[in-house]
Design a protein around this ligand. Sequence first.
Ligand code: PLP
Length: 366
Amino acid sequence: MGKIDWSPPEISNDDRMAMKAVIDSGWMSEGKATEEFEAALAKRIGCRHAIVMNNATSALLAALWGNGIGNGAEVVVPAYTFIASVNTPNAVGAKSVLCDSNPKTLNTEPEFMKQVLTENTRAIMPVDIAGMPIDMGAFEDFAKDNDLVLIEDGAEAIGASYRGRNVGNSGHATIFSFHMAKLITSIEGGCMATNDDALAEKVRMIKNHGTHKKEAKTNFFGFGLNFRTTDVQSALGLSQLLRLDHFLKRRNEVARIYSQELDGLVGMQQVPEYVSVHARMFFPIFVEASRRDAIDAALNRMGISTRICWPPAHMQPYHRRLFPDEKIPNSEMIGNTIIAIPMGNSTTDEEAKTVADAVKKAVGEN
Ligand SMILES: Cc1ncc(COP(=O)(O)O)c(C=O)c1O
């Protein structure tokens, strides 16, 4: 059996030609191609502003600064997430406060956040885990009732929708990532989507040294750094965006095969009724904690590439010292039992069946 990659990118001839055209044009830094990518993203998401940056971590920082989150503020984030959601509030001088998540859906919920609110809480940053949308209406109500800034970490969820509404079409900030393993890639890249004109204006300044493209380049009107992307990468992102619906369809078909083949054998992420489209950025399966590493190793020996995404934030080697006394039971259970199996834009039905057979074998023998 050949090796099956965890999340291989799908780069078409059109993608290559789009990048080459920008290189040949003589202008490769952020410019016209990025404006086109932003306009196409805003149209696809259905939002007023899509502001492209060099990665989603920068977009999270810009969204925090743009919302005035800094010194003394507490920001509630789930312990079960990719570490950027936890590092970014700390990086702007705020403090990340960890909450638990639903062990069935892997997403956090307002009830879990409520348990860790203090008088210093200023913002909440829920995450669409594996590209499955959170139930946003509940978070919008929760944020409003408690006077909190809401930033959605949708890094894994471009193309997803809930209750018929696209993730990113909202009054708050939603962050997307275009890293190579995501649904569409610009190699490294990210964006902030919002319908809030004032926030969009601030974030455009923050990503560009505190100035605005239309202003003279030597005048700086606010705080900012350089989170710009390149037009070469935006040309790739735009070309990939044209195939987003195809990628969503493919991934959901692979997920259907996994769900059918592995039903009853391993645990899987439950998809609530409110989810209209799951982006399926990765596909987690759950096995007993005591057998997880052996099953994972057996899959790797069979040529199936996997990821343990992720130990929860408070269990990470660096972060243990930041959260020494935390006990976050659901997140720990998820982190101890998860294996993410291959899921890519070009994963075929045959590959999905091969992976499912390998999981059956590995679970049976370990
Ligand atoms: C939930 C989450 N947030 C943030 C990020 C950071 O994205 P980037 O790698 O584009 O900075 C990722 C990327 O894996 C992610 O999965």
